[in-house]
Design a protein around this ligand. Structure first.
Ligand code: MN
Length: 659
């Protein structure tokens, strides 16, 4: 953390190091203009005001931004604080600089009306300014960073307010933009003012342990370094100092004491290229024992904020746990500077600077990664209503993570709105594929159940369960959705195996959910008992001499035998678009709680149901009838499968249609 002031010469020096052709003249002119405009102003600390824009500009230069950005950082408070007109800036420095200054000014101008709306309104303003030109938000971050570094001279009340705003708004935006270095510094600076006692307590504990920890890290760093050299892998290894706020958040999230969180050591390996990353991972796992379930490949699957790395957690000698991040130099830069690093590539490309091999690809990558910003712009024009706008932004970009637990206490991080099904896939793909529900804090729930932070989830599975298309509506995470899609694709190309299922017969009214090719007014349709087709399965109809159609799965082993006995074969299609109220009948051996179990199972899926009735068919057998509103054939199929799994249920079938 550096608080002593830089000079304009130092800014120029850094800017030139990043880009030899930077417009030095324009930057010097902006400096003189700002110094003159602010000449009678002083900061709360008593220092000349110009120190503030100079520091912001220095940060911008360090990020490798262009001359216009550096000028705008120098001029960012001129319009707001000194009464200079924007037109004057435009005249002196051009439209580009003027637009940037205007963008930063607009962010600062917002004065939230109610405390409740403050966060949402701020986020909205900032994002709108951002969609205009990404450089605006980067300059705003540099502005914020210096203000936070010099917060100590303000009143306690202002300190708290500004620090709170930083934690609520600016740090999350920095995170979303991948600007990890700035985010971490903002958080630690704000932490000190928002939670002064916790901060003090934690920093004391860290100071006490510092020496011991450093020598430990050094020991393991050297071990790994030797091994990498032995294998001729070129890499730099850094011991990572975790920042205070993230340690504290982790303590809360995992509900663990400081020692347990802090005793986990952290190393980062920066390699020359991607291949080096995977080679290093192999070496690490030869050297130390990986802890299962903690290897993450964010290189193949980058995070939404563009972050790429390999993560692993290993157990070294004497049970020491080490978290290791492995990435190449470019990924490392992006991991620390995020969107600013991308902009620097793109900026260089646009101005046609030499020495940027593969620049076009970089530029394309950048455009792709900025697509979410463009989405915001679309919403802005589509959604006139500010609240809707804020809601959509919140859901898609600022949805906070929730933290749930496995029965063993492992933490699973999910986006807000994630369901039991997402959790199952987050634990393991194999578990997701056969998930039938969950026990959330001891209560049975369906796969559709939405989770909350702190929930303890035990996943319930069944061997004959498998993903269906309707699961795509239930899963919120891309991981779960990808796995479900993959399963469905595979099942569409590989013939379905013979699943052992209870007998299901669908009554005559099955006509309503299937289309029959070539037979008018069949006397009856029934589903074959040998292969028990369900809605959605690929099937064929066999017409008997008495015009009864029996529906078999296309891969039924009896098909060859049947062919000789029937009049003809007909094409049968399930109607996938059935969105209707449908009568279902359930037959089961009567027992205490049967009716309740059936109703709970249905309502747990979120299915609307009505007119549920139960009656006794004979001494043992009960029949439950109800109407269910199904969205499509997969929903229906899912529902039938669930009911069939209820204890003592004998069969489920479809009653009358379209009521
Ligand atoms: Mn400022």
């Amino acid at each position: 953390m550096k608080t002593d002031s830089h000079t304009i010469d130092e800014i120029i020096e850094v800017a030139k190091k990043k880009n030899a052709n930077v417009n030095e003249e324009l930057i010097r002119k902006a400096y003189l203009f700002a110094a003159d405009a602010h000449k009678d102003e002083f900061r709360a600390s008593g220092e000349p005001f110009i120190i503030h824009p100079i520091e912001a500009a220095y940060t911008i230069a360090e990020l490798g931004m262009d001359a216009a950005s550096i000028c705008a950082a120098l001029l960012h408070d001129v319009v707001e604080d000194t009464g200079k007109k924007l037109a004057e800036i435009e005249k002196e420095f051009g439209k580009d600089v003027a637009l940037l200054v205007d963008g930063v000014t607009k962010i600062s101008e917002i004065k939230p009306k109610s405390k409740d709306m403050a966060e949402a309104e701020n986020i909205r303003k900032i994002l709108l300014a951002t969609t205009h030109d990404i450089r605006v938000i980067i300059i705003k971050m540099a502005d914020k960073l210096h203000n936070m570094r010099t917060l100590s001279s303000l009143s306690e009340k202002r300190q708290f307010e500004i620090a709170r705003e930083t934690l609520d708004i600016y740090a999350p935006i920095a995170y979303r933009l991948g600007m990890e270095k700035i985010k971490a510094e903002l958080e630690d600076l704000a932490f000190k003012y928002v939670y002064p006692e916790t901060y003090k307590d934690l920093s004391e504990k860290i100071n006490q342990k510092k020496g011991e920890r450093e020598s430990e890290i050094d020991h393991f760093r050297k071990m790994l370094d030797d091994k990498l050299k032995e294998n001729k892998i070129e890499a730099k290894i850094k011991g990572r100092a975790k920042h205070l706020y993230s340690i504290w958040k982790k303590m809360i999230r995992k509900n663990r004491p400081f020692e347990e969180i802090y005793d986990v050591l952290a190393l980062r390996v920066v390699t020359k290229d991607v291949k080096g990353c995977y080679d290093t991972l192999g070496i690490v796992h030869q050297l130390w024992k990986p802890i299962p379930g903690h290897i993450k490949d964010y290189i193949a699957m980058p995070k939404a904020n563009m972050y790429q790395s390999l993560h692993t957690i290993v157990m070294a000698e004497e049970g020491t746990i080490i978290e290791i991040q492995i990435r190449d130099e470019e990924m490392d830069k992006i991991a620390e500077e995020g969107i600013a690093a991308h902009w620097a590539y793109k900026g260089a490309t646009h101005k046609g600077h030499p020495g940027q091999s593969g620049a076009a690809t970089q530029s394309e990558k950048f455009d792709k990664k900025l697509s979410w910003l463009r989405q915001i712009q679309d919403w802005q024009t589509e959604e006139k209503d500010a609240k809707n706008f804020v809601d959509s932004v919140r859901v898609d970009l600022f949805q906070d993570e929730i933290y749930c637990f496995t029965p063993k206490g492992d933490v699973i991080e999910l986006p807000k709105g994630a369901t039991v099904l997402d959790f199952a896939y987050a634990v393991h793909t194999g578990i997701g594929d056969i998930c039938t529900g969950g026990r959330v804090n001891g209560t049975f729930t369906s796969i559709r159940h939405i989770l909350r932070t702190g929930d303890v989830i035990e996943i319930i599975t069944a061997k004959n369960q498998h993903p269906t298309r309707s699961w795509l509506k239930i899963a919120k995470t891309s991981k779960a959705r990808n796995k479900i899609r993959k399963y469905i694709q595979e099942m569409e190309t590989i013939p379905v195996g013979h699943m052992k299922e209870k007998h299901v017969e669908i009554s005559e009214d099955v006509k309503s959910i299937i289309e029959i090719d070539g037979v008018k007014k069949p006397k009856m349709i029934k589903l074959a008992k040998c292969c028990t087709p369900l809605p959605g399965d690929p099937v064929l109809g066999f017409v008997s001499r008495t015009d009864i159609i029996t529906v078999h799965k296309i891969d039924c082993k009896n098909i060859d035998k049947i062919t000789a006995e029937v009049k003809k074969k007909v094409k049968i299609n399930w109607r996938g678009d059935v969105s209707t109220k449908m009568q279902l009948k359930v037959e089961a051996n009567d027992r205490v709680g049967l009716f309740a179990d059936i109703l709970n199972t249905i309502s747990a899926t979120g299915t609307n149901m009505s007119e549920a009735k139960a009656k006794m068919v004979n001494k043992e057998l009960a029949q439950v009838t109800f109407y269910a509103e199904v969205d499509d054939i997969d929903h229906l199929k899912d529902l039938i499968e669930r009911i069939k799994r209820i204890q003592s249920v004998k069969r489920v079938y479809i009653g009358r249609m379209g009521m």
